[in-house]
Design a binder for this molecule. Structure first.
Ligand SMILES: Cc1cc2nc3c(=O)[nH]c(=O)nc-3n(C[C@H](O)[C@H](O)[C@H](O)COP(=O)(O)O)c2cc1C
Length: 218
């Protein structure tokens, strides 16, 4: 439990799957993590990007110029959930040696959303001042605990992982590691369960994530 604006609320985690398929390995990994986190009193909401309507960034730069994004799709709700949570897990299969297009969309639009469109100090106060990274105070994700995992058949897990962690690092978040690279191997649905080393790595990172979350917010 942690105290926020005088109300006591449970520690919340948003766990996002970037897989393009249903009943995916990524979702399974998130369910395993969620089970462990429940045992220490942390509430996890799993969000499946494949279930959502998500548009591409239009590169109109309205966010920079007038502090407004013309896109009003499901991603906005997901990003608001991330702001309301204390912990964020980004889990993604590897497609062509990197994260999936769906996860890339979250990261691309998320960077603008958390830095430009929602930071408390600038919210509604961008009139006449064009955004630059020099005048931004921080990200709305500041101080949240982050963990990233990737799922691969064989290659590119580390590259995808670096992408996810970098997003967290440039958004002022605290990230946790594991005993080895957070990539779990599997191709067909459910196959990750057979990757014993991967399961061990997953359990360790979940443990570290839970520990930091409860130390900071418990
Ligand atoms: C379009 C596509 C591209 C893929 N590219 C890679 C790749 O570059 N490296 C790799 O190891 N696996 C690759 N895979 C395999 C997936 O990462 C693997 O099947 C994973 O378990 C899928 O996770 P999911 O069930 O959560 O969707 C690719 C799969 C698809 C559909």
């Amino acid at each position: 439990m942690f105290v926020y604006r005088e109300a006591i609320v449970a520690i919340k985690v948003v766990a996002i799957s970037g897989s393009h398929r249903k009943n995916s390995n990524t979702e399974l990994a998130l369910q395993i993590m969620s089970k462990s986190l429940t045992k220490i009193g942390v509430e996890t909401e799993i969000v499946i990007l494949a279930d959502k309507k998500i548009e591409h960034c239009r590169a109109c730069d309205n966010c920079k110029k007038i502090g407004k994004c013309p896109i009003d799709d499901d991603l906005v709700e997901i990003m608001e959930k991330m702001i309301a949570a204390q912990g964020i897990i980004l889990a993604c299969p590897v497609y062509s040696f990197n994260i999936t297009p769906l996860m890339q969309e979250l990261i691309t639009r998320g960077n603008r959303y958390f830095h430009i469109l929602t930071p408390p100090a600038l919210k509604g106060n961008l009139k006449g001042t064009s955004f630059t990274y020099k005048n931004i105070p921080s990200s709305t994700l500041k101080g949240k605990v982050g963990m990233a995992i990737t799922i691969a058949r064989r290659a590119g897990g580390g590259m995808a992982l670096a992408n996810l962690f970098n997003f967290m690092l440039v958004n002022d978040m605290y990230i946790v590691g594991s005993c080895y690279e957070n990539t779990i191997f599997g191709e067909g649905r459910g196959e990750i369960i057979k990757d014993m080393e991967g399961m061990n790595i997953l359990n360790r990172s979940t443990e570290n994530f839970g520990l930091l979350l409860t130390r900071l917010y418990g």
